[in-house]
Design a binder for this molecule. Structure first.
Ligand code: NAD
Length: 333
């Protein structure tokens, strides 16, 4: 019989891709989210539009499934995360406490929680040429924002539910996942999507100057969504229950990210560095444990992933200009 899975956050970027991937692996899948996916229909067998801050909705969503992939979160890029601390801590705490407890109540066997590189202490990420972060670097704890603190507490909750109640929990720490079908405007988009949008607008309107938050020397690693969903499923099926990094370990500056996108766009840009939220100064993933535990690591190059993402976002921008004219983006870039 097909395994039955619940994906929470199935209306969001990673959740939507994960539903498709699980269907391809032969699962019966229920999606749950406040909203349906924005750009293409969900492949889920069943889709519940529910508010997972509410216990009774979590109970309905986790009923009759073998596995839960917990992705629902109130989240966004640095601009959002650094300016909505109370809302994020409140909403995400309720979502995760209720989803995990409802899963236990319904006898779910396996539960995968999606944590983040944002749990790592700020004091280990003060240089652009930062030492890649190992899983044990999480402690002593000092995440930069409420978003990271909540993730860290829910990691502990998963560990204690496994120890005290026997539910098999898995904990993955994503490092900047990107790809097509993700939010690309509106304030919740993350750096790769924002960069693709800015460069697509520059190209299609013929104004080559793009704004970059900060001095452009801050560093990150970026992982393509196709690799991310493979990693999620490998971890869920493993017997490893400690937190595990999932990301690329190639670090680039934000200026380099812009250059790679501009190359994909085949368009020459000029960069204007402006004040804006940047998050930590540098961050990279140490993938030593990922390779040991899963015998695998992300494979898709940044150039390849960004080319595919840029193409999708350029089409979104072109369609918007066709419908609303260039004025649609005058204040958004
Ligand atoms: P996303 O914002 O696209 O998806 C999250 C989904 O959760 C949204 O569709 C949203 O509607 C839903 N949601 C929010 N509140 C809800 C509620 N009360 N009830 C039901 N659904 C609700 O984000 P994403 O990029 O797909 O991220 C998925 C998970 O991975 C999140 O937990 C996020 O914190 C984590 N993560 C993502 C990244 C990344 O680079 N994208 C990095 C680190 C961690």
């Amino acid at each position: 019989m097909a395994k039955r899975a619940l994906v929470t956050g199935a209306g969001g970027f990673i959740g939507h891709h994960l539903v498709t991937y699980l269907k391809q692996q032969g699962y019966w899948v229920r999606g749950a989210d406040l909203k349906r996916p924005e750009f293409t229909p969900a492949d889920a067998d069943e889709f519940l539009q529910v508010d997972l801050r509410r216990w009774e909705h979590c109970l309905a969503a986790t009923k009759g499934v073998d596995e839960v992939y917990a992705l629902a979160a109130d989240m966004g890029g640095m601009g959002f995360i650094s300016s909505h601390h109370a809302e994020i801590l409140h909403n995400n705490s309720l979502i995760n406490i209720h989803t995990l407890d409802a899963a236990r109540e319904n006898g779910v066997k396996r539960y995968l929680y999606t944590s983040s590189a944002c749990i790592y202490p700020e004091f280990k990420q003060t240089e652009t040429n930062v030492t890649p972060l190992r899983e044990e670097d999480a402690y002593p704890a000092m995440p930069q924002d409420a978003y990271g603190w909540e993730k860290l507490v829910t990691e502990r909750l998963c560990t204690h539910y496994r120890e005290d109640y026997g539910i098999e929990t898995r904990i993955v720490r994503f490092h900047n996942i990107f790809g097509p079908l993700g939010t690309w405007e509106g304030g919740r988009e993350k750096a790769p999507a924002a960069m693709c949008r800015k460069i697509a607008i520059a190209k299609l309107t013929g104004h080559p100057e793009i704004e970059i938050w900060g001095d452009g020397l801050q560093t990150r690693s970026f992982c393509m969504i196709d690799d991310c969903v493979i990693g999620i499923c490998k971890l869920m099926n493993s017997d490893y229950h400690e937190p595990l990094n999932l990301g690329q370990d190639r670090m680039v500056t934000i200026d380099q990210l812009a250059d790679i996108v501009a190359h994909a766009a085949n368009f020459k840009i000029t960069k204007k560095h402006v004040p804006g939220p940047q998050g930590v100064r540098g961050r990279n993933s140490d993938n030593t444990r990922l390779r040991q535990v899963l015998g695998w690591e992300p494979k898709i190059s940044l150039e390849d992933g960004l080319a595919r993402t840029y193409k999708w976002i350029e089409n979104q921008v072109r369609e918007r200009i066709r419908l609303n004219g260039e004025g649609a983006f005058r204040s958004a870039s």
